[in-house]
Design a protein around this ligand. Sequence first.
Ligand code: GLA
Length: 376
Amino acid sequence: MIKNTPPMGWNSWNTFGADINEQLIFDTADKMVETGLKDLGYEYLVIDDCWSLKERDENGRLKADPEKFPHGMKAVADYVHSKGLKFGMYSCAGNLTCAGYPGSFEHEFVDAKTFAEWGVDFLKYDYCYHSNIIHGKYLYRRMGLALKNCGRDILFSACSWGADNTAEWMRETGANMWRSTGDIFDTWESVKSLTEQQDKILPYGGAGCFNDMDMLIVGMHGKGNVGLEGLNDTQYKTHFSIWSLFGSPLMIGCDVRNMTGETLDILSNKELIKINQDADCRQVMKVPAIWGGDNLKCYARNLENGDIAVGFFNFGDADAAARLNLDELGLPESTGKTLQMHEVWSGETVTVKNGTFIHSINAYDSLVYRCKVVDA
Ligand code: GLA
């Protein structure tokens, strides 16, 4: 059974790009366990592009590059499984993957079978070099069906970047998550832009097919394949807060073998992970942050037990004031109710008086509250 909450795990692309091999995967699997990330729910360990040979074998099957994976993919999957983790791989709806390796077009069923035989639990499916004649929805339908009929539970992680109005047709293909935007880079601008792009597509996320904001850059600090200028830890904290609150899949993208303590702390915020994994998987609501200007964002999400998660995100480089009227959330003063708000990073708890919440927020920072409805 595939869980019906946002998938969590690690993916090789952000840091390692083409520079992948079995030892890296073994060591990463070990670290996912040692650091406690596995126990926090990060369960899928995914090898992205560049794992195969450039040609299929004589039977038309994909073949792992024997220099990178000398014992073959089944052995890698076995190792990952032996650690209590799940194993993910990557292919593409086109003739070629984005990095120019063979894609699964016209090989969907044989590839799904191969992945199942190797013990794959997750398939990221990209959109490069796809047919100009056949609409993308048919290409994803094919692989969706192939995976459903391969004899193994394989989570279908679609990656067509929101192209060709993906939002409108991805859910029907059987995808469990869908990449809603172009690629993330290790810059603050990228985090801001990917967040702002969500506003129009929030209704398409949620249970069954999660709106994927792309792999996390937390802890990359400018190193690796998509590493550019890097972020500071406050910005990484805000990035993680947004992805968590929005119910995006949480796929770690840094080198977990060499994380700082701050990076591990950010990725390990249990209260945020709990909000991310909330069983109701409600749509996020955009809430006006009064007088905050364009750089201050506020979003909220109703949770399964009647609580509300509320996040303020300061995209600006100056300190600001976060303000919220509770009637935005359905709690005008006439209800006789208010919110007791518990901040998930500082542990601070406040009860809102007179229907309006006000709190200072530092430059680049975030405040995320789990709020209980209480008598005013
Ligand atoms: C595309 C995807 C990325 C990554 C690369 C691999 O750009 O969006 O996430 O998988 O391809 O080549």
